[in-house]
Design a protein around this ligand. Structure first.
Ligand SMILES: CC(C)(COP(=O)(O)OP(=O)(O)OC[C@H]1O[C@@H](n2cnc3c(N)ncnc32)[C@H](O)[C@@H]1OP(=O)(O)O)[C@@H](O)C(=O)NCCC(=O)NCCS
Length: 168
């Protein structure tokens, strides 16, 4: 049995291409069939390449020494993206990145963290719920594209209290 040590660290400029590749593949796994076709079409290689460069200061990666296994993006009190490469799923990498998201947002002074997840992404919803996140109901998320337009996506808002108090 090979012991794989996973490190969680801020992304470096050299990571950007791998961040884009992991993010693109996992985003399509989690969203294809659950969001408008216009958004799937807009989320092409150029989108992920540019956004990975633009958002690099907000990106945390999970690495096994050689490869990027997972990508986390937080901004303010929002967990914007949590993506694990297909081959690395089910081994706790997502749980490590989720804990890091909660730590980062709490360290920035917020008492609550939130995210948007599409209703049909039941794997992700179960995952968040098993980590103490609570479904706060439906809303519409304006998903950005490289064009000036956004795509309106029905989502569920999930939240987690970071103070240790039970959810109200
Ligand atoms: C959702 C996602 C990030 C979870 O990442 P992951 O690395 O598979 O997460 P984990 O391995 O920590 O946990 C996943 C499940 O595997 C199980 N698991 C955790 N550690 C494990 C381990 N060491 N060995 C085997 N199974 C394990 C857990 O029971 C967990 O089940 P749960 O959902 O009931 O909690 C991943 O499936 C993904 O990237 N999906 C595509 C993109 C996506 O949908 N992102 C979310 C958008 S909002």
């Amino acid at each position: 049995m090979t012991l794989v040590v996973v490190t969680i660290r801020p992304a470096q400029p050299d990571d950007a291409p791998e961040v884009a590749a992991v993010w693109q593949a996992a985003w399509h796994d989690g969203h294809r069939g659950h969001v408008p076709d216009a958004l799937v079409e807009a989320r092409d290689g150029a989108y992920f390449a540019q956004r990975s460069r633009d958002l690099l200061d907000h990106v945390t990666v999970a690495v096994d020494g050689e490869r990027v296994l997972g990508v986390l993006i937080t901004s303010g009190d929002e967990l914007q993206q949590l993506m694990v490469s297909d081959a690395a799923r089910g081994r706790g990498v997502g749980g490590l990145l989720l804990a890091e998201a909660e730590r980062l947002v709490g360290a920035d002074g917020f008492s609550r963290i939130w995210l948007a997840v599409v209703p049909g992404n039941t794997t992700a919803r179960r995952f968040y719920e098993s980590h103490g996140w609570v479904d706060r109901g439906e809303e519409v998320y304006d998903a950005v594209t490289l064009q000036t337009t956004t795509v309106a996506v029905p989502v569920r808002r999930y939240v987690k209290d970071l103070t240790g108090r039970p959810p109200r």
